[in-house]
Design a protein around this ligand. Structure first.
Ligand code: SF4
Ligand code: SF4
Length: 105
């Protein structure tokens, strides 16, 4: 089990109030706001932390560049994927890759 899997497991066992607090802490570290792919629509909708929450809700139509590999959250959680705003959360992308045995795009 790697760091990401251990963290997800620990969060699953936390009371909801602690999960909310942990998510807010991670959101504060998210650097999506400085990414070329991020849009004003996403900013106005306060969308962040796509790696955990999942794809943008219709605010990010095109992939330009992904700066997730430079994010402290990606380093702390040892994330293996990127473009979470368009391709889905780390958990979803790991699942897809395990099913199809390949990376998208
Ligand atoms: S890894 Fe990407 S989506 Fe996740 S918190 Fe960092 S910048 Fe945001
Ligand atoms: S998930 Fe990656 S591509 Fe999307 S806004 Fe965040 S840093 Fe940019």
């Amino acid at each position: 089990m790697d760091t990401f899997e251990k963290t997800m497991k620990a969060m699953k066992d936390m009371p909801q109030a602690e999960v909310t607090k942990a998510v807010e802490g991670l959101k504060a570290k998210c650097i999506c706001g400085g990414c070329p792919t991020y849009t004003n629509c996403a900013k106005n909708a306060k969308e962040l932390l796509f790696c955990a929450i999942g794809k943008s809700f219709m605010c990010i139509p095109a992939e330009k560049q992904c700066i997730c590999p430079n994010c402290p959250v990606a380093k702390d959680l040892d994330l293996k994927n990127k473009f979470f705003c368009t391709r889905g959360a780390e958990k979803a992308q790991r699942y897809e890759h395990s099913i199809w045995g390949t990376k998208m795009i």
